[in-house]
Write a protein that binds this ligand. Structure first.
Ligand SMILES: Nc1ncnc2c1ncn2[C@@H]1O[C@H](COP(=O)(O)OP(=O)(O)OP(=O)(O)O)[C@@H](O)[C@H]1O
Length: 766
């Protein structure tokens, strides 16, 4: 038990640390100022130096070397400035709350008891060199998260160390004052977690370092798996664990890994913004973040690819065809197709120069056909390109006496003429003719650059038509009839004319293109994360594997929140993923405990699922969810207004979630005058109002104090296909959930929920 003396001693220590941090902050502020001045000085010099001599040709080479040197100097001072700034931010964070845990341990073979304090970053005593605070990611800190009192072990550079965990103490410290502290034997006591979770929602997701749970810790500290699949129920801390994992990896592999080698695929821009602060709050730089739509747009320049959101909104596409295009079978068919392509089937195109064919497709086909047929596809293409470039060089040589080159030479000004000779000395040329030829060659080369670029960029091959040809020979499963397929193929072709592509075609088409060329790979990325992976097709994941070949894949999701497809079990999904991207060390981690919502909300949400029993609700009190079944539209709308008023009085964040964009827009128009809500669109990045309206797709990954689910009628949610959508809506609520429907409520709200009184149904008689 804690006594007053313990508390006093701990407070004294906190005060000591706070004073020390104050000193460090003051010193570091000065360092930041110095670094800033230094950076400005260097940048100013750099500015002056780059303009010097630029116009005088003789000095150019020298200037170029100088420039490089200057640039690296600027980079260095800027980086120095960033380092001290980050250090300052770390001290400031620590000052606010220096640590959250203490462990007392006695290592096997030693008599001494060590007291270790654990916080978001480490702090050294400059005089003694001892750790005053241990970083939560240090190997020894794992005991805090994993161990019960008694014999435990932790990793050291020399192997496993056994130790006796004698005490585990938790703190809540705010602005230098201990608000709460207690000893515990649990991983992290429920008391602290209760407090954290009962807070109101915030605009930004917070870090959870003080209360990481054991199974979340497994995800965070995994260093062995090359395919880590996390299947976690709604609100189980998947996104939180993912971000803490990134912070952990950056710490663990500090010398080999930096933030730009980690990429996260996130569902939309709003979500990207929502998680923006977590890593910086842990003293780390953010990883790269991208949505699938942005990623495809970069790779298919000039083509507008449908977003996940608009795919969800468009109900017109044939699901069976989409399923096929998203499957491993489809990608395997592409591999097979490419492996058996003869050069005649490859869609080569002519390369033009000044309106005339420069390399005819037949010529290119011949080159390709002459190569060793055992070569890999990518090698074949590369060799073809090399041969074309060789032929181009010959043409350059041949062209130097052509009329157009001579004309161009005659029109050169003196300055232009000398510029061509910039890298030469007069003694390089035997006579005037040699100098003349040298310039002619340069001119010819310059002009033929267009052809060079065309070869370099593979413009002699048409991947779109190739993909179309592939589509036309696909072996269809029995459930898809060939006329539907033909219509779909025609639609692909039609859309292409308007520079558009459906999402379902993007990954297979890019796979075909990049597999054929072997290009566009990104070998720099070492870790790839996908959040909400249940919305990705296997084909998309296989394409990402092709591109990010060196990356360890971390796929995080909840198959029960699948909004494009039917709910799928975790082992089924893992098997599918494992087949699609075979790796040596796959690992599946399940998270079954749900933290976000109150006990009544999680229990109700679980009752929607056929096998919801596996979901463990965190024990936090709250009101039972309510469903209003109103007799008509006017009554429903009046009810909505009443609920909004009540909720806003509580100063809560309230989100009305609709099934799709159209419903959200209609509601917005009706509510705009009285409530001034925010209508969230696909391009939204922030939420800066208390009342917002958003379609379910954009609510992915987010949470709000109060959720109002709009029009939960049978018409909107008729059967199991809409289960993932409804489940996603109800699990966004932290503290309160209200559903509004007409009197034919969705059959997904099961009798089980109603009979067991998991939701209060308020039916107003007609
Ligand atoms: N160990 C923890 N300590 C404190 N809070 C936690 C912990 N784990 C999760 N939470 C909180 O629970 C909420 C849900 O977490 P998070 O968004 O990471 O879950 P998720 O599994 O990604 O959810 P979903 O799939 O439903 O979007 C957040 O408010 C998060 O801060």
């Amino acid at each position: 038990m804690l006594n007053n003396q313990d508390e006093q001693q701990e407070q004294q220590r906190v005060t000591f640390i706070s004073d020390l941090l104050n000193q460090k902050i003051n010193k570091t502020k000065q360092d930041v100022e110095d670094a800033k001045t230094e950076a400005q000085k260097v940048q100013k010099n750099y500015g002056i130096n780059t303009s010097v001599n630029y116009l005088e040709a003789d000095d150019r080479i020298e200037t170029k070397a100088d420039l490089q040197q200057q640039r690296s100097l600027v980079n260095k001072v800027v980086e120095d400035e960033n380092i001290v700034k980050r250090q300052l931010r770390t001290y400031q964070e620590l000052k606010h709350s220096p640590y959250f845990g203490r462990i007392d341990i006695k290592d096997e073979g030693y008599d001494e008891i060590e007291q270790l304090y654990i916080g978001t970053a480490s702090l050294l005593d400059d005089k003694t060199g001892e750790f005053l605070i241990h970083d939560w990611r240090a190997p020894i800190s794992s005991i805090y998260y994993n161990g019960n009192l008694g014999k435990v072990s932790y990793e050291t550079p020399n192997g496993k160390q056994n130790t006796d965990l004698l005490k585990k103490r938790q703190f809540q410290i705010k602005d230098g004052q201990i608000i709460n502290m207690f000893d515990t034997n649990e991983t992290v006591g429920d008391e602290l977690l209760q407090k954290e979770l009962s807070d109101k929602s915030s605009e930004q997701l917070r870090n959870i370092v003080a209360t990481i749970q054991r199974e979340q810790n497994d995800i965070i500290r995994d260093t062995k798996s090359d395919l880590l699949v996390v299947q976690g129920v709604a609100g189980s801390g998947k996104t939180s664990a993912l971000l803490q994992r990134i912070a952990f990896l950056l710490y663990h592999s500090r010398d080999e890994l930096n933030a730009s080698q980690i990429i996260l695929f996130s569902p939309n821009l709003l979500f990207s913004n929502y998680i923006r602060d977590v890593l910086p709050s842990l003293g780390e730089r953010n990883m790269r973040q991208v949505t699938l739509a942005e990623f495809f747009a970069q790779r298919l320049k000039g083509i507008k690819v449908q977003t996940l959101f608009s795919r969800f909104e468009s109900q017109t596409t044939n699901n069976q065809i989409n399923d096929l295009k998203g499957s491993q079978t489809f990608i395997n068919q592409i591999d097979d197709y490419l492996n058996h392509l003869t050069e005649k089937q490859i869609v080569f195109t002519d390369i033009y120069f000044q309106g005339e064919i420069f390399f005819a497709k037949e010529e290119i086909q011949k080159i390709y056909g002459s190569l060793n047929s055992n070569l890999q596809l990518a090698d074949k293409l590369l060799q073809t390109k090399n041969k074309l470039i060789k032929a181009l060089k010959k043409r350059v040589q041949a062209d130097i006496h052509d009329e157009w080159v001579l004309e161009k030479m005659d029109s050169l000004s003196d300055e232009e003429y000398h510029n061509y000779l910039i890298d030469t000395k007069p003694s390089d040329f035997e006579d005037f003719d040699a100098e003349h030829d040298y310039i002619a060659k340069k001119i010819a080369k310059e002009h033929l650059r267009i052809v060079y670029d065309a070869i370099y960029n593979n413009s002699f091959w048409d991947p779109f038509t190739q993909y179309l040809n592939f589509l036309n020979q696909v072996v269809l499963p029995t459930e898809i009839n060939s006329s539907d397929w033909q219509t779909d193929v025609a639609q692909f072709q039609h859309q292409l004319e308007f520079h558009q592509m459906r999402l379902a075609d993007a990954a297979p088409m890019l796979y075909l293109r990049d597999k054929f060329t072997g290009e566009n790979k990104n070998n720099n990325i070492k870790y790839l994360f996908i959040d909400e992976v249940q919305d990705y097709s296997i084909a998309e994941i296989m394409y990402l594997k092709l591109i990010f070949n060196n990356a360890k894949f971390n796929l995080i999701g909840d198959s029960e929140q699948a909004i494009f497809k039917d709910v799928e079990s975790a082992p089924q999904l893992l098997k599918k993923l494992n087949d699609a991207i075979p790796v040596k060390h796959p690992r599946l981690i399940n998270l079954n405990r749900s933290y976000r919502s109150t006990y009544p909300i999680t229990t109700f949400a679980s009752s929607l699922l056929p096998d919801g029993e596996h979901i463990e609700a965190f024990n936090r009190d709250g009101e039972k969810p309510v469903l209003y079944a109103e007799p008509n539209q006017t009554a429903s709308f009046n009810r909505l207004q009443q609920v909004i008023k009540d909720k806003l009085k509580l100063q809560d964040s309230v989100a009305i979630i609709t099934k799709d964009r159209q419903e959200a827009e209609t509601l917005y128009r009706k509510l705009r005058k009285n409530f001034d809500p925010l209508l969230v669109s696909d391009s939204a990045r922030t939420i800066d109002k208390k009342l917002i309206i958003l379609p379910v797709y954009l609510a992915k990954g987010m949470e709000f104090d109060d959720i109002i689910g709009w029009d939960i009628s049978k018409e909107n949610y008729p059967n199991q296909h809409s289960l993932g959508i409804l489940y996603t809506i109800v699990t966004r609520a932290m503290h309160s959930l209200t559903l509004i429907s007409n009197q034919t409520i969705s059959p997904l709200i099961s009798n089980n929920a109603i009979e067991n009184n998991l939701i209060k149904i308020k039916k107003v008689e007609k």
